[in-house]
Every structure is written in structure tokens, then in C-alpha cells.
Design a protein. Structure first.
Length: 478
């Protein structure tokens, strides 16, 4: 593992803002806002923590440009929200060196009955109002002191639904790709007129819809080009998250991340690292071929310094989006830049954070201490230790899986969790999962009969200091 990733920690200028490094915290739902949409202490604490961690760019969670009822979602639909947003930016500026942009969003109506408003239901005056709402919201981001603004055109929401191949409108806003781009282009051009040429504008959009009949990277390349031609300074590439394959649940509004497209939006532990990288790489290559240098943000289970560095040096993207890894450990950038990758608390991609959003609960990390609403913070340097007799790691393969047990570690502050490491048939050890303390057991359900496995465990504390590796234990499924 590289000690320091040089390209990852190089500066990048995007219009008038200069990012101190190439790590981006993409917009994440938190459900920390009240129904009123104002910035509160919980929101402030979450984003100040991200700023302290040292990411080059933090994108604030999507905030509504219009007044529709939306639950615990930040708002930017009126001037009354500007003071709170300005205060948040001031505190983030004091906390860390990175730039900050709010993501602004328009969404259509949904109900618990399963009904949802669709783009073909909107009148031309409704469309004009959407354009005006985005432009007015962008002006408020300037007034609140932010470094730029990101327009939400991804997943299940209004602008993404216009871009979709499933857009059924039969006028200038649907049908051919050029017509499906009409509203997003109008929004970009309107925002650009209001904020001026030097204010950075980004777009987050789906590089693939990941639904039957949806567009793929082949069209996404063209979409990205048109958005850049219209005045966008950077492109953040997501995937999926659509209503069309959402699982219906009686008495609940549709949730667009419950189907396959939701898995692709936030690929879990069964997906390979960099699962969606080919999408960003295809878009970046096409923009380059067309003579455009607008930075592209790659996302989708990018979690190690070496992977991030290789993406940048290979020219597959210009920036690395890390949502869940930085939710898990906001200090990922600061630790890695200092050469302390071994102290990073590493996301295990259990997607409990996704499940909490799905259940309309405050979004937290599976590995955080129980009942915590924010990531723990510590500058402790004392390593946790095993008992004098060791971890006493055991493995049992008699129930169609391999079950591990070990003795708890101790620490001067608190033991935070345990990393599980595995080697197959004498190969190299790889970290396969993690569990939060006080859990001291693990079931490897991916093991199969006929292979010999070796396991070891390392405990870690709140600062990411690790124990020595436990003794190794061999196991097979009997």
C-alpha cells in the first residue's frame, strides 16, 4: 500500500475555486434536518466533521429549490434559509481547507399510496418555474458564501427523469436525446446567467440508469458533453437510484434505492471495488476526445489510496468521490495524506446507512458506536491490546459456514471494532469485513467446501490505532 498518493493530494482548479486535493465527499442524505429545512446543530456537526477530515471538496446534501413537502430535507427555496447556510459555511471554513458546494434539487410529488408525479404531468409553466427555482437557489448559494453550486440531475428526481429514456413526453422536452436534454440545458444556462462566468457550476447525473430500457454510458457520454457545452465546470457521475424498479411497500411512498438500480447506485460488499468506474472512465475519455477538460468525478466503492491513485494517473477521472468511506471515517483524507492509511477506519459496505435512509431514519454508520449520530473523534496514539493470553481466535466450519470467535481487546479510551482478515489456500491475507465492538464473533458465509482458509483479526480504537494481528487459525467447511 502506498504511503502517500501524490496525485490524490495534488491541487485542482475548477473555474474560480482551487481544491487542495482530489477527494470529494459527494452529497449524502443525512435526515438530520428538521421538517422546516433549516440548518441545525446536528447538520452543522456532521459537515464540520467532514471539513476537519480534509477532503478537497465537500458537497452538501441535496437541498430543495422549491416549497413542496419533503420531510427532513434542507431547503434553499427562500432567502430566509441563507443565514443558516452562511453560518454553516463559515464554520466549515474554520474547520478545514476544502471547498464546499451545496447540491440543489427539484423533485416531483409522491404519496404513500404509491402514486408519483411524472414528467409528462408537468405543464410548460411548471417547467418554466423549475428553471426559475434553480436559478434563484443558485443565487442564494452565492449569497451564503459557497465556493460553487452542484445541480442534482441524478437518480429518481426531476431533471434526471427528463434525461431518462423512459421520459414519455411528446413535446420539446421528451423523445429524442436532444429534446430530453432541453430542460437540463435550460437550467444550466439560467443558473450561469445569474451567477456569472467565474462561479463554479457542477452537475451530478447518472452515467447509467441501470433499469430496463434506460440509457447506458453510450448516451451518458453525449449527455455529459452537452452539459459541459452548456456551461458546466465539472461532472459528477453516479448510477441508478430509479423509481422504475423500486420495491413497492404498502403504506409507504416508493423509495428509489430498493431495486437493482439502487444497488448500483451504492454498490455493497458483494460488488467489486470500483464497480462503476467504467462509466466515469467512458465519459472522461469521450470528453477528452471532444477537446473538453472539464473534471470528472468517479464514484462507486472507491476505497483505498492505491485504487484512487491509479484512477487518476490512468486518466479515468480527475476527482475521487468517497461517500460511505468518509461517512465511516471523516478523517480518511487527513490520515492518508499523513501516511497513516493503517489508521483509517474502513467501510465494510454493509449498507446499513442506505437501509436507514430507506426506513426514513437518521443516517449513521454501522461501525459507529451504538446510538452515535456522528463519527467518533480521537487523537489518541495508544494501541489497543489483546489479553495476556492473546485473542484466542477459534474457527468452526461445521454449519455450512465458518464461524469465528475471539476474546475482546482493551484500550485506554475504547475499542471501536474489529477487522476480519482471510487468506485462501495459502494466498495473501485480505481484509474481508469488519464488526463493531462489543461484537467478538463473525460468520464467513462466503466460504465453500473444498478450500482451506486462514483467518486473523485486528482490533482498533476510536483513533484507528490497531492491535497486533491475532494468532492465525485455519478452517475448512466440513
Amino acid at each position: 500500500m502506498s504511503v502517500v498518493s501524490k496525485t490524490v493530494f495534488s491541487e485542482l482548479k475548477i473555474n474560480s475555486m482551487t481544491l487542495p486535493n482530489r477527494i470529494v465527499v459527494p452529497a449524502m442524505v443525512t435526515r438530520l434536518s428538521g421538517e422546516d429545512g433549516f440548518v441545525n446543530d446536528d447538520i452543522t456537526n456532521r459537515y464540520v466533521r467532514f471539513a476537519k477530515g480534509g477532503a478537497g471538496l465537500v458537497v452538501l446534501e441535496a437541498m430543495a429549490v422549491h416549497h413542496s413537502k419533503s420531510g427532513p430535507l434542507l431547503r434553499i427555496c427562500d432567502d430566509e434559509f441563507v443565514p443558516g447556510l452562511r453560518g454553516l459555511r463559515d464554520q466549515m471554513r474554520d474547520a478545514g481547507p476544502g471547498c464546499v458546494v451545496p447540491q440543489i434539487i427539484h423533485f416531483l410529488k409522491i404519496s404513500r399510496s404509491g402514486w408519483r408525479q411524472k414528467v409528462e404531468d408537468l405543464s410548460i409553466s411548471d417547467i418554466d418555474a423549475i428553471v426559475d427555482a434553480y436559478a434563484a437557489a443558485a443565487v442564494r448559494t452565492v449569497a451564503a458564501g459557497y465556493d460553487g453550486v452542484e445541480l442534482h440531475m441524478a437518480h429518481a428526481y426531476t431533471l434526471s427523469s427528463f434525461l431518462s429514456r423512459l421520459n414519455k413526453r411528446r413535446d420539446d422536452y421528451g423523445g429524442s436525446l436532444n429534446r430530453r436534454l432541453h430542460l437540463p440545458v435550460r437550467v444550466i444556462q439560467s443558473v450561469r446567467r445569474e451567477v456569472g462566468d467565474e462561479y463554479p457550476i457542477g452537475v451530478r447525473f447518472d452515467g447509467e440508469e441501470c433499469i430496463k430500457g434506460g440509457y447506458t454510458v453510450e448516451e451518458a457520454r453525449l449527455i455529459a458533453l452537452r452539459l459541459v457545452q452548456s456551461g458546466v465546470d465539472y461532472v459528477s457521475v453516479s448510477a441508478g437510484g430509479k423509481f422504475e424498479d423500486a420495491q413497492p411497500r404498502e403504506g409507504e411512498p416508493p423509495y428509489p434505492y430498493t431495486g437493482y438500480s439502487g444497488d448500483r447506485c451504492m454498490p455493497g460488499k458483494t460488488y467489486p471495488n470500483g464497480a462503476n468506474l467504467y462509466i466515469a472512465a467512458g465519459i472522461k475519455e469521450f470528453l477528452r476526445e471532444q477537446g473538453h477538460s472539464a473534471p470528472v468525478i468517479a464514484t462507486g466503492k472507491i476505497n483505498t489510496p492505491d485504487l484512487a491513485e491509479s484512477i487518476l494517473t490512468d486518466g479515468n477521472a480527475d476527482l475521487i468521490g468517497m461517500a460511505r468511506p468518509i461517512l465511516c471515517d471523516p478523517d480518511w483524507p487527513r490520515k492518508v495524506e499523513a501516511g497513516n492509511w493503517e489508521k483509517v477506519i474502513r467501510c465494510c459496505y454493509a449498507n446499513v446507512c442506505k437501509a436507514k435512509d430507506e426506513r426514513f431514519q437518521t443516517v449513521t454508520c454501522f461501525l459507529w458506536p451504538r446510538s452515535s449520530t456522528q463519527a467518533p473523534e480521537s487523537d489518541d496514539v495508544v494501541e489497543p491490546t489483546w489479553p495476556e493470553t492473546g485473542a484466542a481466535l477459534t474457527a468452526d466450519g461445521t454449519k455450512g459456514r465458518i464461524s469465528l470467535k475471539w476474546e475482546p481487546a482493551t484500550d485506554n479510551e475504547a475499542v471501536y471494532g474489529y477487522d476480519i482478515w482471510r487468506a485462501i489456500e495459502g494466498g495473501e491475507f485480505e481484509r474481508i469485513d469488519a464488526v463493531p465492538a462489543p461484537v467478538t464473533a463473525y460468520h464467513d458465509t462466503t466460504a465453500i467446501k473444498g478450500l482451506r482458509y486462514m483467518y486473523r483479526v485486528r482490533g482498533y480504537d476510536l483513533a484507528g490505532n490497531r492491535t497486533q494481528a491475532s494468532g492465525e487459525v485455519a478452517a475448512e467447511i466440513s
